[in-house]
Design a protein around this ligand. Structure first.
Ligand SMILES: [Zn+2]
Length: 196
């Protein structure tokens, strides 16, 4: 995903990564800065899901959100193993940013919390809203694997689906780079699920 990198905020960087060390320390700060630049949000809460995925959120995440994220990752790991992929199949390998939704409903009025992101390669496509597109989720970084989704208060099955779908890009990146390249850009056609 083509996103410009911004300077990360030093204060938030320290709060969220205090206690970790070395390389991971710097990488997490860069990933946080990138998530902030994509969403314009402040991720003030740092928690882990019951299964151990790393969560950064604008509001204190509900138990429903955390359980849905774990279910999505569980489904992702199962279908990845079916495809004989073995790398990055631990909950702790994933950092998920829960952003403020930029819309609550889609154009048909269906509950669909999404984030607005720069149109980039989708400019001029049917998705283009005038320089931005609404996305259910977006990959933020590959090391550590990170993506952003919107906060939900209902329909948590959608959260599980989005987690599984964004996670597909990360699993493919680390296990099958050719297939990753073929499926990363949805403006070229194709969507999720990629892995069957
Ligand atoms: Zn995708």
């Amino acid at each position: 995903m083509k996103q410009k990198w911004l300077f990360f905020n030093a204060a938030t960087f320290l709060v969220l990564t205090l206690g970790s060390a070395g390389l991971a320390y710097a990488q997490n700060g860069q990933v946080l800065g990138k998530a902030q630049s994509i969403t314009g949000d402040r991720f003030r809460y740092s928690v882990k899901t019951p299964r151990g995925a790393n969560i950064y959120a604008v509001n204190r995440p509900s138990a429903g959100m955390l359980a849905a994220i774990d279910r999505g990752l569980t489904d992702l790991f199962a279908v990845a193993r079916k495809n004989r992929y073995s790398r990055r199949l631990s909950f702790g390998d994933y950092s998920i940013f829960i952003a403020r939704a930029d819309r609550q409903k889609d154009s048909r009025g269906t509950y669909s919390p999404d984030i607005a992101v720069g149109a980039a390669q989708y400019a001029g496509s049917e998705y283009d809203q005038g320089g931005y597109v609404y996305a259910a989720g977006m990959v933020v970084a590959f090391n550590p694997g990170a993506f952003v989704i919107a906060e939900h208060t209902q329909n948590f099955q959608r959260v599980s689906d989005v987690v599984r779908f964004e996670g597909e890009h990360l699993v493919l990146y680390h296990n099958d780079r050719g297939r990753y390249s073929q499926t990363a850009d949805h403006s070229q056609g194709g969507g999720h699920p990629i892995l069957q």
